[in-house]
Design a protein around this ligand. Structure first.
Ligand code: HEM
Length: 310
């Protein structure tokens, strides 16, 4: 017979079980309740928020050109002792706008008022018209070095490793649409290279619906859901879509690709990538190399070693 009081035995059992659970759930397992073991006692003592789990961490903070800023990833705005403007000027008050006298009109030179309202007005970002649905991941890019002949970019030299962020997307689906629909897939990649950020977009088909950007609003209007009924969603089962396709041979070409298995890739791993247009790379000699994303490297590259970049 255990000499302890029943309440102590129960507490011991619960604590041991909780400790075992915490061991079993490594912080990397999604769904693990938190970065600390939950206490069974009534929470009467205040404590600081628990540290984020490993997978809840944020990436390195970088400038728009990819340089490391050194700012801790957990840094947030307005966490200091003083309320400030966006430029860091301390504010005495955020509840009263500047007025001309006690009953006077509001004055436009109240910088903080205008900044606060402008910030508020921009809190809602409208949904993107195309490629609205997507999913992204951080990773690392290792170059095979096969592009060294064509470019002097450091991140394409053999074995160079570069942190990347890639976002995969469908083209037509709006917010809430399914990821599994038949559609062209896109990907947008940020390479955080030592020489700045290199942005690369591609689709998983080597052709494009239109050859002239002036038709972009027309094809997208034809393919997005009818505005008055919001269906069909993320698909091409529209009269308007088929009207457009029947009148444009380049759209017919793309539709043939779309209706193949490429329109329903099994996973992001099963997607090929094409830039469709021609890339201009600069080689060691400073000359231009034009590279198309279709075909083999030998047939796709035109070298103009003598031509200096403009
Ligand atoms: C006439 C040609 C094209 C036009 C006018 C066009 C236009 C656009 C527009 C307006 C956006 C949305 C931008 C935003 O909301 O911020 C977009 C996004 C995108 N486009 Fe195009 N596009 C064209 C061709 C292409 C081609 C050839 C590809 C790839 C091969 C492509 C891949 C993408 C991708 C992947 C995105 C999403 C980027 C992201 O996830 O951030 N587009 N395009």
């Amino acid at each position: 017979m255990d000499p302890r009081k029943p309440v102590e035995v129960v507490k011991d059992v619960v604590e041991t079980a909780a400790a075992k659970m915490a061991d079993a759930l490594t912080p990397d397992v999604p769904g693990a309740p938190g970065s600390g073991t939950p206490a069974v006692e009534e929470p009467t003592t205040p404590h600081d928020p628990l540290p984020p789990k490993r997978e809840q961490g944020t990436p390195d903070t970088r400038t728009p050109t990819g340089a490391v800023t050194g700012v801790p990833p957990t840094a947030k705005g307005q966490q200091d002792e003083y309320l400030t403007t966006a430029q860091g000027a301390r504010l005495r008050d955020t509840d009263h706008s500047l007025k001309a006298g006690p009953r006077g009109p509001v004055l436009l030179q109240d910088h903080h008022l205008r900044e606060k309202i402008t910030h508020f007005d921009h809190e809602r970002i409208p949904e993107r018209v195309v490629h609205a649905r997507g999913a992204g991941a951080h990773g690392s890019f290792t170059a095979y070095g096969s592009a060294e002949r064509f470019t002097r970019a450091g991140f394409l030299k053999k074995d160079a490793q570069t942190p990347v962020f890639v976002r995969f997307s469908t083209v037509l689906g709006s917010r809430g649409s399914a990821d599994t629909v038949r559609d062209t897939r896109g990907f947008a990649t940020k390479f955080y290279t030592d020489e700045g950020t290199f942005d690369l977009v591609g689709n998983n088909m080597p052709v494009f619906f239109i050859q002239d950007a002036i038709k972009f609003p027309d094809i997208i209007h034809a393919a997005k859901p009818h505005p008055d009924r919001e269906i069909p969603q993320a698909q091409s089962a529209h009269d308007t879509f088929w009207d457009f396709v029947s009148l444009h041979t380049e759209a017919q070409h793309h539709t043939m690709w779309n209706m193949s298995d490429r329109g329903i890739p099994r996973s992001y791993r099963m997607m090929e990538g094409f830039g469709v247009h021609t890339f201009r790379l600069v080689n060691e000699a400073g000359g231009t190399v034009l590279v198309s994303s279709i075909g083999s490297p030998s047939s796709a590259c035109t070298r103009w070693p003598g031509r200096k970049p403009s």
